[in-house]
Design a protein around this ligand. Structure first.
Ligand code: KG4
Ligand code: ZN
Length: 337
């Protein structure tokens, strides 16, 4: 019998469910909560409430689109952390109830593992050892994988995540939320040499990141400029800011890939949707003779298909969770729960 896994993701502001069967995704539904836009960021309490309202219909839609009955499922994979605890609990409890009722295995997935598996889902021939650059609204990490489901975090941000730098930068520029895609779009028409924002490489060879200084540099720069100047040069400022944010990611990822002699490099998470990062990292990695893979745009930002795929890898190896599994808001990828 084909494994048939339902994935559920509710760690932040996307309510998502997906069904995979065999080695393909047969349905994937993602509902982004618009309510947060007016606040310029995700409001945790509102996110939990929106998940509660949406979860039943999103799971129903995923099953319906897959043309599948609940009883045909062979397992359920759900994000158990990291994320907003109230938001995680909605998906986790729903998944627990369903797994209990159907008497099928439940597996709690680390959200970062899910992002990494979004790449394996889209690209079936990624060789190990693999290096994954994980870049999202909450995370900036370089992860070495000697084999499936085995992780060594070799670098992480010491303060803000790069997605946060995009979002906060966009807010300072008055562009709206989420800021990453807006800066990306504006930057496409801009000159990246217009202004040189700082690149934080940190002392010595290390693979940690720091993004709080970049945002402050933008704030200080904007304070010295007239409103009209900013409006007229918005594309150039976005391009310069994006260039500074992306350059450090590319340089560190390539340096780490060479140091750890990996056979492949990937970039995952919401910021992997960034057009400059996708193209620049690909060319640098391939120039170093290393295979490069990245997920299509719809598997970069939060989705349940990536969670289902990681779940399949775990369930195939008999690594299901106990039904008393909790939500872990700051679960590290290399930490056992
Ligand atoms: O992975 P994700 O959907 O949620 C988290 O787990 O955080 O990532 C969301 C982040 C946001 O910070 C958003 O601004 C950023 O990904 N993002 C982008 C782009 N698209 C989404 N950042 C830069 N360029 C983009 N095109
Ligand atoms: Zn994410």
């Amino acid at each position: 019998m084909h494994p048939c896994i339902l994935g559920i993701e509710t760690s932040c502001d996307e309510t998502s469910a997906a069904v995979i069967s065999g080695d393909s995704v047969i349905s994937s539904i993602v509902s982004s909560q618009a309510i947060h836009e007016q606040f310029g960021g995700v409001v945790p309490e509102l996110a939990s409430r929106a998940h509660i309202k949406l979860i039943v219909s999103i799971v129903q839609q995923a099953l319906q689109k897959a043309g599948m009955q609940k009883k045909e499922l062979t397992g359920i994979a759900v994000t158990a952390g990291p994320g907003l605890v109230g938001a995680l609990l909605v998906g986790l409890n729903f998944a627990k109830g369903m797994a209990q009722a159907l008497q099928i295995p439940l597996v709690g997935i680390n959200h970062i593992e899910g992002h990494i598996y979004g790449n394996f889902l889209a690209n079936k021939d990624i060789p190990f050892p693999h290096l994954s650059l994980v870049v999202s609204g909450g995370h900036t990490q370089l992860v070495e994988m000697p084999e499936h489901l085995s992780y060594r975090v070799i670098g992480r941000t010491r303060d803000d995540a790069v997605g946060e730098a995009f979002d906060k930068g966009a807010k300072l520029l008055g562009l709206g939320y989420p800021g990453g895609p807006l800066i990306d779009q504006n930057a496409a028409q801009g000159n990246a040499e217009f202004y040189r924002f700082p690149r934080a490489y940190l002392k010595g060879i290390n693979f940690d990141f720091s993004y709080s200084g970049l945002k402050t540099a933008l704030m200080l720069y904007l304070q010295t400029k007239e409103r009209q100047f900013i409006a007229e040069n918005m594309n150039h400022i976005c391009a310069s800011y994006q260039q500074a944010a992306v350059e450090v990611l590319v340089r560190k990822a390539v340096q780490a890939a060479n140091k750890y002699q990996v056979k492949s490099v990937g970039v995952v998470g919401g910021v992997a949707a960034n057009s400059l990062l996708r193209q620049w990292l690909k060319s640098e990695v391939e120039n170093n003779g290393i295979k490069f893979d990245l997920p299509p745009l719809h598997y970069c930002t939060d989705n349940a298909a990536m969670i289902a795929w990681a779940g399949l890898e775990r369930i195939n190896r008999g690594l299901a969770s106990d039904l008393d599994i909790n939500a872990y808001p700051s679960w590290q990828l290399d930490e056992k729960i």
